[in-house]
Design a protein around this ligand. Structure first.
Ligand code: ADP
Ligand code: MG
Length: 248
């Protein structure tokens, strides 16, 4: 099962969700691969992968490298990663002139998809060719959404893009769910946005929400997912609940 974590907005919790959901799935005895598809490389940093350990990375995959040369193990059992660094910025432009440019990642992941129960793709904050590659390669898309005033506006544009990909490139793509992140119960606006999103999107919204939790924001600077940094905090527990909701 390949799941892309997508939202064209930055700072909504994509990378936090990719790293912690992947860790939670691995903790439930699944073999998991994280694909860092953002030139900022935040998911790689979140797992404590140093720049020198990123010499072979996702950029090479877009230039025909074999998967076994770029996959590295994380500190977490059952959890591997393909890292990213700033070189990936160039891939977005170089892809433009490649034949079947939307299918490069899909073809590459095909060679390892049997090895993993879950492949989680952390997308950049845009709907450019990298994200289109992720959507084309995926079975499902998970949309993290911060409970803020403009959230719904961005959502309809994203849903249109997913529909276009489904029509033209990947008919079997479905929405796994919309995840409310940085959820703050004490904020009246949060409640109102949640009501709106649940009214508009119905069952597509995950039951579990991710609370705003300072431990979540501290964890990446220690090179650890929050589930390892502090497995008892509310953030870690909420990502475990999300994994269970997905596992069913
Ligand atoms: P994106 O990948 O969409 O740009 P990130 O996952 O990097 O978003 O999150 C943006 C910032 O918000 C990061 O500094 C992250 O640590 C912080 N953050 C994400 N989720 C939470 C949360 N639930 N509580 C507190 N801080 C969070
Ligand atoms: Mg990110």
């Amino acid at each position: 099962m390949i799941i892309s974590i997508v939202n064209q907005k930055g700072g909504v919790g994509k990378t936090t969700t990719a790293t912690n959901l992947a860790t939670a799935l691995a903790a439930c005895a699944n073999d998991v691969l994280v694909v860092d598809l953002d030139p900022q490389g935040n998911a790689s940093t979140g797992f404590g992968i140093s720049q020198s350990d990123r010499k072979s990375n996702i950029y090479d995959i877009f230039h025909g490298a074999r998967m076994d040369g770029v996959i590295i193990k994380t500190m977490i059992p059952h959890l591997d990663i393909i890292s990213a660094n700033i070189n990936l910025v160039a891939a977005e432009m170089e892809l433009a002139s490649v034949h079947n440019r939307e299918f490069v990642l899909k073809k590459a992941l095909l060679s390892v998809s049997k090895k993993y129960d879950y492949i989680i793709v952390d997308c950049p904050p845009s709907l450019g060719l990298l994200t289109i590659n992720a959507l084309t390669a995926s079975d499902k898309v998970l949309i993290p959404m911060q409970c803020e005033f403009y959230a719904l506006e961005g959502l309809s544009h994203l849903l249109k893009t997913i529909e276009l990909v489904r029509k033209g490139l990947n008919p079997s793509l479905t929405i796994q769910g919309i995840l409310l992140t940085m959820y703050d119960k004490r904020n009246k606006l949060t409640e109102q946005i949640e009501d709106d999103v649940r009214a508009y999107m119905g069952k597509l919204v995950f039951k579990n929400v991710i609370p705003r939790n300072v431990r979540i924001s501290e964890a990446p600077s220690h090179g650890k997912p929050v589930m390892i940094y502090d497995h008892k905090c509310s953030g870690a527990i909420s990502y475990m609940h999300l994994a269970r909701e997905i596992l069913g």
